[in-house]
Write a protein that binds this ligand. Structure first.
Ligand code: CA
Length: 236
């Protein structure tokens, strides 16, 4: 059981293509979110924080490239542009705006899935400091990145999506202190303020609780008071 599937937002106004994509992604272990216009997609994007966006350009309310720009003003979430427009200039323009990849309709499902995997992988390399290993293992702690599952002494720990993302981020920077600001930017894509620092602390307390750590006790995760958190390199 895993509630940590990658979330993919599909922005496409043609219902048949949207549901085909949704079914394809769900069948391949992703969680699909759907939007049929630019403004709906924007709301969905900022409330669900998906891991990847598949973006059609010809949308009924606004051009998809406007959403692309808006997302890029904030973060580097992978975006695959999907469009019937096949000319080279359009592709270059979208890539210049920050799209990670470009798929022209009609597309093959195997090709699209390969592009999705590749974009997620590249993004992990960028945000994760080059780590490409499938499993993180440190003493009794094991994180399986491909299935987004966490084990302590072989027993699975059920984490929420946010808790998993925090732990995964710390593990990719194991041994280093990650500031509140760095964690908040990576997880919520927000600038740190009192509210999201509190949210981070609550999530961190829950992670420690799920690991069975009592307050004040040494944990895998060291709380560097007033600065941030560090996943210990020498967990035992
Ligand atoms: Ca369209």
């Amino acid at each position: 059981m895993s509630n940590n599937k990658y979330k993919i937002l599909i922005v496409e106004d043609e219902a048949n293509i949207r549901s085909l994509l949704s079914a394809l992604l769900e069948a391949n272990g992703y969680r699909a979110l759907e939007a049929d216009c630019c403004s709906g997609a924007e709301l969905m994007y900022f409330s669900h924080v998906p891991d990847l966006v598949i973006l059609d350009l010809g949308l009924p309310d606004k051009d998809g490239s406007l959403l692309l720009k808006k997302i890029r003003e904030r973060d580097l979430t992978p975006i695959i542009v999907l469009s019937a427009r096949s000319d080279e200039d359009e592709k270059v323009k979208m890539l210049d705006l920050g799209a990670n990849d470009y798929v022209t309709k009609p597309f093959g499902t195997a090709e699209l899935l390969a592009r999705v995997r590749s974009s997620l992988r590249d993004h992990r390399k960028i945000s994760g400091g080059g780590s490409t290993v499938a499993v993180f293992s440190n003493g009794p702690l094991e994180i399986r990145y491909d299935s987004r599952r966490v084990f302590v002494k072989g027993k699975e720990i059920s984490l929420t999506q946010i808790e998993y993302n925090i732990l995964s981020f710390l593990s990719e920077n194991v041994g280093k202190v990650m500031t509140y600001s760095a964690i908040i930017k990576s997880i919520w894509r927000e600038y740190p303020d009192e509210g999201n620092i509190k949210r981070l602390q609550v999530n961190m307390a829950n992670i420690r609780k799920k690991f069975g750590t009592m307050p004040g006790e040494e944990s895998f995760i060291v709380n560097e008071l007033g600065i941030g958190y560090r996943l210990r390199e020498d967990a035992n």
